[in-house]
Design a protein around this ligand. Structure first.
Ligand code: NAD
Length: 485
């Protein structure tokens, strides 16, 4: 085993969970056993919440301009350890080293945003009547929880850590049991940056600990990122317990390609969007709707897909189960009459035979009823459908239950605007294959891709991680104003 067994992190110390139940952590790149991760029982959560609760009075009363100093230092530490963190992300998740380093660079950008929070939470004050002032302040919630998925072992945790903590909350994080290592390193760097013990805590486990988080009376708010199935469970259970909850779910992102699209640029973007991080991105292009004659663009997409080499510029998918699920989708589409133009099934990388790889796959002549057209595949696969008009393409996009992202490729500004107006998704790209808004703009989808109000990053996250205190003051009794009585 390459690393010591993973432990929980409580009050600034790595601490064994009170269980022998554990899972292996295996690198998807080559099957190496990296570590084990404990499946903490529900009772372990109490110790975590107690530690966070004890840290809250001191941390929340620390002025925000002081709190963000921790994140200036944390940002520097992320930069200093960029290569090391990138290597760890790649090892446990299976993405390429380049993709993993880009992921950590995104953590740096997220942290940079958090350092600007003092400028954004100054509150408001107004003299509403002679000598009478109304004022609003953003106040932290208390102990908050963040439950995260496997596909971005460092970035998704950093969607919540810097903002929630800089705004004065204390956190319990539940990493994905498939990729528990990066969060441990993040905890060490936060401590080195000067974060007081107890402000950030980590509990490892599966659905038992997630349910305990949703039920725990000491936790005020729950953020979740993962599949729609689990997002619905977490949203229902947390809000049933009167907590605020923001639960981001899965996706089926549609790219609409119009015949006037720049062929080379479109093909490069489509291939990169569907295959980046082995298609395991909630922003990946998964379905493409071609309007009119776009055969010349599809030819180029296939050329681009063939340049993507598993084990070189394409990483592994998370595990054998995922590999088999993705291959099953491709086979099913073939049996239903779709045409496999580029086939990534049965991929083996020489020297990494225990790795779990799927090659880039382009499926043409998909019809809207097929499972590859409607379900999230979460692999390097693009399903191409054909229509005659933009409205037919939009009808297909609108009918899908998700709503994370959609993109259009065209040179026609009017058409692009029409699609921005009519696509049913929270994030839209024009000639952009992965339309992730960068800070300070917030990230979040619609429909079955997100449950709850507001977005998880950027300015919108301020509303989720704080509550507003409204005060009304009157200091001039001589004015004789009898305010509101
Ligand atoms: P997942 O839903 O299986 O797991 C997410 C978290 O929930 C993990 O920490 C896991 O331990 C926990 N969990 C799993 N099953 C549970 C259950 N039955 N009850 C309670 N908790 C449970 O997701 P994943 O496979 O780790 O990640 C991939 C999914 O995440 C994809 O659907 C992807 O689209 C989605 N995702 C969405 C976004 C977004 O911004 N919308 C971002 C990243 C990933």
């Amino acid at each position: 085993m390459k690393y010591t067994p993973v432990q929980n992190y409580i009050n600034g110390k790595f601490t064994a969970a009170s269980t022998d139940k554990k899972l292996d952590v295996i690198s998807p790149l080559d099957g190496t056993l990296l570590s084990t991760v404990p499946m903490s029982p529900a009772k372990d959560l109490d110790t975590e919440v107690k530690a966070a609760k004890a840290a809250f009075p001191g941390w929340s009363k620390t002025p925000i301009k002081e709190r963000v100093q921790v994140f200036f230092r944390y940002k520097y530490l992320l930069e200093k350890h960029l290569q090391e963190l990138g290597a760890l992300v790649s090892e446990e998740n299976g993405k390429t080293l380049g993709e993993a380093i880009a992921e950590v660079e995104k953590c740096i950008e997220l942290t940079e945003f958090a350092t600007s929070l003092p400028q954004l939470v100054t509150g408001e004050v107004l003299e509403v009547s002679r000598g009478v002032e109304c004022r609003t302040e953003h106040v932290p919630l208390g102990v908050v929880a963040s439950i995260v998925p496997f596909n971005f072992p460092s970035m998704v945790p950093n969607w919540t850590i810097p903002n929630a903590i800089a705004l004065g909350n204390c956190m319990v994080m539940k990493p994905s049991e498939k990729v528990p290592l990066s969060v441990g390193r993040i905890a060490e760097l936060l401590k080195e940056a000067g974060l007081p013990d107890g402000v950030f805590n980590v509990v490892h486990g599966d659905s038992e600990i997630v349910n305990a988080i949703c039920d725990h009376p000491g936790i005020e708010a729950v953020s979740f990122v993962g599949s729609t199935k689990v997002a619905k469970i977490v949203y229902q259970r947390s809000t049933h317990n009167y907590k605020r909850c923001l639960a981001l779910g899965g996706a089926k992102n549609h790219l609409m390609v119009l015949p006037d699209a720049k062929a080379d640029m479109t093909a490069q973007n489509v291939a990169a969007s569907m295959s980046g991080c082995a298609g395991q991105r909630c922003m990946a292009a998964s379905a493409m709707v071609g309007v009119g004659n776009i055969d010349h663009i599809i030819d180029k997409i296939c050329d681009e897909a063939r340049k993507i080499v598993p084990g070189k510029n394409l990483g592994a998918v998370i595990n054998k189960e995922s590999q088999e699920r993705i291959e099953r989708y491709i086979t099913e589409a073939e049996q239903q009459g779709a045409k496999i133009l580029v086939d990534g099934r049965h991929t083996v990388v020489a020297g990494k035979e225990k790795g779990t790889y799927v090659g880039p796959t382009v499926i043409d002549h998909v019809t809207p009823g097929m499972s590859v057209a409607t379900e999230e595949i979460f692999g390097p696969v693009i399903s191409i459908m054909r229509t005659n008009t933009v409205d037919e393409a939009l009808a297909i996009e609108n009918a899908n239950p998700y709503g994370n992202a959609a993109s259009v490729f065209t040179q026609n500004g009017g058409m692009a605007r029409y699609i921005i107006d009519h696509a049913s998704a929270g994030m839209i790209g024009v000639n952009v294959g992965v339309p992730v808004p960068r800070e300070p703009f917030s990230f979040g989808g619609w429909n079955d891709s997100k449950f709850g109000v507001g977005d998880i990053t950027g300015k919108s996250s301020i509303e989720f991680w704080t509550k507003l205190k409204k005060s009304t003051t009157k200091w001039n009794p001589e004015a004789g104003v009898n305010w509101m009585s």
